[in-house]
Design a protein around this ligand. Structure first.
Ligand code: SF4
Length: 433
């Protein structure tokens, strides 16, 4: 790929990456950056967070998502993917611009002064002011710093450093702001913001085939909520092959539809087996019970066929075959951004993949909420807020859960297993439900 012009740990993302990615990598990279930007948003908005606490949260997210070094492949590619996705409308552009600039500024503040000076020379084409230009305004500069002779000063149009102007941290004369080297980050971040803002307005170009394949992902990235804690989820010890179906009412719509679809078809296609099998595994179903469970339902195949065609994949999910270790249940973003189910397939997220009429029928069939709450759910679906629609489904079918300390609501609407866990906990605290 073409290297992006970068100072040690900042990048202006001036060159579009030329790099081959699989669809999975594309999605993975995008979600990593989205996670970091959402962490910045959340940490800076949370009342009572002090600066150290905010910095620590941001630092942790950046490190965990592998975005510590600006200009590297993951950083560059993920920036351009989100740039494409968030250029769709004014609100998205504003959001992306705000938090990308925050990330840039955060990295900028980690640079040494010498690195800042060289970044300004590289990216802003600015030279330090010569002593003869400082002399006539020295008495003004003394109000900013006690020994102006010992500092390096720069002159920039005042519109580039409005923040410093409003905080009286620079001297302004004839439209020019004079700032000392400690304020260089203001120049750089303002440049970054202005360039990104221009680029967002020009939608990046991809050839049509690629664009069509990536379209669902690009168009829906901004609507994806992310799992707030990826610690492994505890399963239910009592889940067994013979009682999975009786837990159906505790499943979110995606998994419930897989169970219903499997009961109807007496089988489940590949993506459905994977989505449902991993969900059940994370929900606490053992490998032996998983094999027994699927075999019991796949009544159209013989025991021999089942062993040959299906048991390897089920064992693989539990890390007993192949090299790739163990997997956990898919979270909502993976399901929503994944491939859409075609006819005869039951995987995917009904809130994302069903049309409004089919979703309405499904909600009515399962008697989820009353007409008014179903209407609310459908409105959320129509506006593209699929995970919020799912959360609403949880709230209307588990009254009082939100204020019940014994119901772990964290990640309901972000992860099907969190939904299941919260619903089963609710069932135990309110046995009549
Ligand atoms: Fe399943 Fe998540 Fe969709 Fe809810 S939002 S139905 S849990 S994929």
């Amino acid at each position: 790929m073409a290297a992006t012009t970068a100072s040690p740990s900042i990048s202006f993302y001036t060159q579009t990456p030329n790099f081959e990615l699989t669809i999975d990598q594309f999605e993975e990279f995008a979600l990593k950056r989205l996670h970091v930007l959402r962490t910045i948003e959340k940490s800076t908005m949370m009342k009572g967070n002090n600066n150290d606490g905010v910095s620590k949260k941001i630092e942790d997210a950046i490190r965990k998502q592998g975005l510590a070094q600006a200009g590297e492949v993951l950083d560059t590619v993920s920036h351009f993917i989100l740039r494409l996705s968030f250029s769709q409308n004014e609100d998205l552009r504003r959001w992306f611009l705000k938090y990308e600039t925050s990330l840039f500024l955060y990295r900028l503040k980690k640079l040494k002064t010498s690195e800042l000076i060289s970044a300004v020379a590289d990216h802003c084409n600015l030279e330090p002011l010569a002593p003869e230009r400082i002399q006539p305004i020295k008495h003004h500069l003394e109000k900013l710093t006690p020994n102006p002779e010992r500092n390096t000063f720069y002159a920039v149009p005042f519109t580039q450093v409005l923040d410093l102007v409003s905080r009286r941290q620079c001297f302004v004369k004839a439209g020019i702001a004079y700032i000392d080297e400690t304020k260089l980050f203001a120049i750089l971040s303002s440049q970054f913001r202005a360039r990104l803002s221009r680029s967002l307005a020009l939608r990046a170009s991809l050839d049509h085939d690629e664009m069509n394949r990536l379209k669902p992902l690009i168009e829906n990235l901004d609507k994806v909520l992310l799992v707030t804690d990826d610690a492994p989820m505890e399963g239910l010890s009592e889940l067994r092959a013979d009682n999975v179906a009786s837990h159906k009412a505790h499943m979110p719509l995606c998994m419930r539809q897989l169970q219903v679809g499997m009961e109807k078809d007496k089988k489940l296609k590949h993506w459905g087996r994977l989505q449902y099998g991993l969900f059940l595994k994370t929900a606490g179903l053992s490998l032996e019970d998983s094999l027994a469970f699927f075999q019991k339902h796949f009544t159209t195949v013989t025991g021999e066929q089942f062993r040959k065609e299906y048991s390897y994949n089920i064992r693989h999910m539990y890390g007993k075959e192949g090299k790739r270790g163990t997997y956990g249940g898919y979270n909502c973003s993976k399901i929503i951004l994944g491939n859409a189910p075609s006819s005869g397939h039951h995987h995917g997220c009904p809130y994302k993949h069903y049309d409004v009429d089919s979703l309405r029928q499904t909600l009515e069939q399962f008697k989820i909420g009353d007409a008014a709450s179903r209407h609310e759910i459908l409105q959320l679906k129509t506006s593209g807020q699929f995970q919020l629609a799912c959360l609403k489904h949880f709230e209307v079918s588990h009254p009082g859960a939100v204020s019940n300390d014994r119901v772990p609501m964290e990640n309901v609407g972000n992860h099907p297993n969190a939904w299941f866990k919260a619903s089963t906990a609710y069932g135990k605290t309110t046995p009549s439900s």
